[in-house]
Design a binder for this molecule. Structure first.
Ligand SMILES: [Cu+2]
Length: 112
């Protein structure tokens, strides 16, 4: 009885926080390859503060909501975002501002 209570408590503590319900979910390699193959200009952005796949999805959704963004791939583990975009409609600073506004401090990744 006591032993199972201890085990139960250990399992409970080990459960990821509810705010980040998708700890293992990353389709980033596939998404990044798709972005590389897409039309338009390409840009890399560093994003801080992402903890799980749901965080990455929020960033992707925000980017795709911008007029001119063709496709986006975001990896919460490395904080990398890759975006394919129409440079006549949107630019890097606008994407950075959009990501930062939803709560993830971002900056242009000059290393590519
Ligand atoms: Cu998260």
């Amino acid at each position: 009885m006591f032993r199972s209570l201890v085990l139960g408590a250990a399992l409970f503590v080990g459960t990821p926080a509810l705010a980040c319900p998708m700890p293992g979910a990353s389709t980033y390699p596939v998404d990044a390859a798709r972005v590389d193959a897409a039309d338009g200009s390409k840009i890399a952005i560093s994003v801080e503060g992402m903890k799980c796949g749901a965080c990455a999805n929020k960033v992707v959704t925000a980017l795709k909501g911008l007029d001119g963004v063709i496709d986006a791939a975001v990896d919460y583990q490395t904080g990398q975002a890759h975006v394919a975009f129409d440079s006549t409609k949107v630019d890097g600073p606008k994407m950075v501002a959009t990501i930062t506004k939803i709560g993830y401090p971002a900056k242009l990744d000059t290393a590519g």
